[in-house]
Write a protein that binds this ligand. Structure first.
Ligand SMILES: [Zn+2]
Ligand SMILES: [Zn+2]
Length: 299
C-alpha cells in the first residue's frame, strides 16, 4: 500500500531539473523540488496527478492503472547522458566540486562552475537520444492502489515515480491527489454518511419498515416505530466510510422526511376527513396553538 505523506512538509525547495514543466500543465504540475541539491546529479521534480473517484470507490478502495508521460531514464545511456561507450568525466575547471573560487579584491567568492553548471562532471560526447540530459519523455502505465476510506485531499505518494533526475540523479515522487466526487444520495461528513429518505405518512403513523440504500450497494431494512416524526435521524452504526488507516468505520445516518400524501382521490379524501374528525391525533400542533394563545393573552 502506498504511503500517505504530506509532500509539502519539510519541503525540498527549488526546482531540480526544469525544462519539462510546461509540457505537464494539462495533467501535472510540479509542486516541490525533488532532490534539491544544485551540486552533483540533480534530482527530478515531484509530480502531481489529480484523480477523481466516486464515493463508492472511496468506500471500497480501488486499483486503477493510470497512463502518464513523464521524463524517464534514457535507455540510450542508462541515464548518464554520455554517448554509448563514453563516460562523463570530472570537470577540469572545478575539479568536480561544481563550484569555483574567485578572488575579488580581498575576498574569495565561491560561485557555481560555468563549465559544468555545477554538476562537477562534463560530457564530451553527449548521448544522441537525450542530448546529454540522461532522461527522455516516455509514456507509461502505473498501477495505482487507492486505499478504502480516502477523502478529497488525500495524497498518495508513489515513491520514485516522478520526474527522472538529471544525468542519473534520483527520481522525484509522483503524488496522486484524490478528489471524491459528490454523491447523489449520500453526503459525507468525515467518516459518517448522511442521507435523507422519504417516509410515507402511513408508515410514519402506523410504524413499519422501509428499505434504505447503503454504499455497499445493498438495501438495508430500517424499522420505523409508530408515531415517527419528520426529521428523525436513525444511526446505522458502522455503515459509514471505512477508516483510512486505523480506527472504526463511521456511521450511516438516515434522516426521514415524512411525505404528505398528494393527488388524493375522492375516496381517500373522505377517509382522511373521517380520520380528521375522529379525534385529535396531532398533540404537537394543538399544544403549539395553545402556547401561542397563552403568549398573546399574557402580553
Ligand atoms: Zn541518453
Ligand atoms: Zn565544473
Amino acid at each position: 500500500m502506498p504511503l500517505l505523506t504530506n509532500p509539502l512538509a519539510g519541503g525540498g525547495g527549488g526546482f531540480g531539473g526544469g525544462g519539462f514543466s510546461d509540457i505537464f500543465d494539462q495533467m501535472f504540475s510540479e509542486f516541490s523540488g525533488g532532490g534539491g541539491g544544485r551540486q552533483g546529479n540533480q534530482g527530478g521534480n515531484d509530480l502531481r496527478y489529480d484523480m477523481s473517484i466516486s464515493l463508492e470507490d472511496a468506500f471500497t478502495g480501488l486499483q486503477q492503472d493510470i497512463s502518464i508521460t513523464v521524463p524517464s531514464e534514457c535507455d540510450g545511456c542508462s541515464g548518464s547522458g554520455a554517448a554509448d561507450g563514453s563516460k562523463p568525466s570530472t570537470c577540469g575547471t572545478c575539479g568536480g566540486a561544481g563550484r569555483v573560487r574567485a578572488q575579488q579584491g580581498f575576498f574569495a567568492v565561491e560561485r557555481t562552475c560555468h563549465a559544468c553548471q555545477g554538476m562537477g562532471q562534463v560530457i564530451s560526447d553527449p548521448c544522441r537520444t537525450c542530448g546529454g540530459e540522461g532522461r527522455v519523455q516516455r509514456a507509461k502505465t502505473l498501477a495505482v492502489s487507492i486505499p478504502a476510506g480516502v477523502d478529497t485531499g488525500t495524497r498518495i505518494r508513489l515513491s520514485g515515480k516522478g520526474e527522472a533526475g538529471l544525468r542519473g540523479g534520483p527520481a522525484g515522487d509522483l503524488y496522486i491527489f484524490v478528489n471524491v466526487d459528490p454523491h447523489l444520495i449520500f453526503a459525507r461528513d468525515g467518516g459518517n454518511l448522511h442521507a435523507r429518505i422519504p417516509l410515507p405518512m402511513t408508515v410514519a403513523a402506523l410504524g413499519g419498515s422501509i428499505d434504505v440504500p447503503t454504499l455497499e450497494g445493498k438495501m438495508a431494512r430500517l424499522t420505523i416505530e409508530a408515531g415517527t416524526q419528520s426529521g428523525r435521524k436513525f444511526r446505522m452504526r458502522g455503515k459509514g466510510m471505512p477508516a483510512l488507516r486505523r480506527g472504526n468505520p463511521g456511521d450511516q445516518i438516515i434522516e426521514v422526511q415524512v411525505e404528505t400524501p398528494t393527488n388524493l382521490n375522492k375516496k381517500q379524501k373522505e377517509l382522511l376527513e373521517a380520520f380528521s374528525n375522529s379525534g385529535n391525533t396531532s398533540p404537537e400542533s394543538s399544544s403549539f396553538l395553545e402556547r401561542v394563545k397563552r403568549i398573546w393573552a399574557d402580553s
